[in-house]
Design a protein around this ligand. Structure first.
Ligand code: TRP
Length: 446
């Protein structure tokens, strides 16, 4: 992944490597699994429009703000905020924003690994031919058999976490960069193929209208909060993860040109996934509000119905797994970078430590699909609450902290050197980051 500089800090080998790693972080379960089911729970097109507005007006400026902090400090979240605050004579307390981010990442990693485990299970099922010529009810049964067996879920959750920590502690992120270069384009191709299959056997017209023809009267506070939260989640924004990856990019590079392609690629995957899943959802009468099971219950129907579906399914779950893997590595890296750069523990021990904590925390999410399913608050399970609190509240709160810090504490000259050369673009960004984005977040959260 990175080569150490004279100061000992590691760097991406080049700009493309940084873009690839950041795309790997952004594109994941959030796009393929989370986007469709959250859209379904929030009324379709209305949610999609607000989500896109959030990505453009809040997401892009704040990705740049968060990255600029890491880029100019060349340090982990905690030390980046502490050093820059000191340099600009600001309060030491800014480091709490970094700490909040590390806590948020641990919580997200905990349930991310549970869902990552689902894709391992489905890969295994696709390999063993379970979906071949299966009916929609058989496909639904496969999901039921997974979520009603906590030990089985625990097995796949543990395996996924081991895979994440294995890569990080073995320091083979290098190989991952090369693999991402092949796997990402493959993921796009297979998503296009799935959209075509869904158009053939499903109700494409209805799905398209559902996603892109908003029912404006559906918009309410809850939809707006979910859209903002999802924009943060999918962009990997608001917890110091982008800050950490940007700290590995060379100090003399600028960020804007790397960020735009990542955002476009990220939103595109979500749309493709929606266009692959909803035609099946409508044609096979799955409830759009199915929740976290939506993708896992819809796509295998396509694999059951088409010629060569088994191998398409295997390939899809393999690529999904890979996308989830590169995201979970991104979730863990900031914590490991902080612990090891501060010499509390080696990279290896930090990886196993944080892996264990997130794994143990993940058990609460896991049990909420079965043993704890009845434990609900306003119809939300423990998993729903953990996922929405961290995504819809903690990420935007962290993002707000980064925005205010970059916009008001750091000097425009430092920022301009990190972000882009053009003054017009830079000052537009600066005012979006200083005023528009923070106000939008505050308004939505309050
Ligand atoms: N963006 C990833 C996805 O869509 C999830 C993710 C990776 C993330 N790193 C993150 C979310 C950091 C929040 C913060 O699947």
């Amino acid at each position: 992944m990175t080569t150490p500089s004279p100061s000992g800090h590691k760097h991406w080998s080049n700009r493309l490597a940084f873009i690839i790693a950041t795309t790997g972080a952004a594109v994941g379960l959030g796009n393929i699994w989370r986007f469709p089911y959250i859209t379904g729970q929030n009324g379709g097109g209305a949610f999609v429009v607000v989500y896109v507005i959030c990505v453009l007006l809040v997401g892009i400026p704040l990705v740049l703000a968060e990255m600029a902090i890491g880029h100019s400090a060349q340090k982990n979240p905690l030390d980046a905020l502490r050093t820059l605050a000191k340099k600009h004579n600001a309060s030491e307390h800014w480091r709490w924003v970094g700490l909040l981010g590390l806590i948020t990442l641990t919580v997200i990693l905990s349930f991310y690994s549970v869902i990552g485990g689902f894709s391992l299970y489905y890969l295994f099922k696709a390999l063993s031919g379970t979906f071949n010529h299966a009916s929609a009810s058989t496909v639904a049964l496969v999901w039921q058999q997974l979520v009603t067996h906590p030990w089985q879920m625990l097995f796949w959750h543990s395996l996924f976490m081991l895979m994440t920590m294995g890569v990080i502690s073995a320091g083979v992120i290098n190989g991952l960069e090369r693999a991402t270069k092949i796997m990402m384009p493959a993921l796009y191709i297979i998503l296009f193929v799935l959209v075509a299959c869904a158009a053939k056997i499903g109700d494409f017209h209805r799905a398209f209208l559902y996603l892109f023809h908003p029912n404006w009267h559906l918009i309410n506070a809850h939809i707006v909060i979910s859209a903002l939260g999802h924009a943060f989640f999918t962009l990997a924004l608001g917890a110091g993860a982008l800050l950490t990856y940007a700290s590995y990019s060379k100090p003399n590079s600028t960020l804007l040109g790397s960020v735009i392609p990542v955002v476009i690629l990220d939103v595109l995957v979500a749309f493709l996934s929606g266009l692959a899943i909803f035609p099946l959802v409508f044609a096979f009468h799955l409830p759009v509000t199915s929740g976290p099971g939506l993708m896992y219950q819809a796509l295998p129907i396509a694999f059951a119905h088409i010629h060569g579906g088994q191998w398409l399914g295997v390939l899809f779950f393999l690529l999904l797994l890979f996308a989830a893997w590169t995201s979970s590595i991104n979730l863990a890296e900031p914590i490991i970078a902080t612990l090891s750069q501060r010499a509390y523990a080696s990279r290896r021990s930090s990886a196993w430590l944080i892996g264990f904590v997130a794994w143990a925390l993940g058990i609460a999410s896991l049990l909420s699909f079965n043993i704890l399913a009845h434990v609900q608050w306003h119809h939300h399970t423990v998993f729903d609450l953990i996922s929405s609190t961290s995504t819809d509240y903690l990420l935007p709160l962290g993002g707000l902290g980064f925005a205010v810090f970059a916009g008001w504490v750091m000097s425009p000259a430092t920022l301009k050197a990190s972000i882009c050369k053009s003054s017009v673009v830079f000052y537009s960004w600066l005012w979006l980051t200083r005023i528009v984005a923070p106000l939008a977040i505050l308004l939505i959260l309050l």
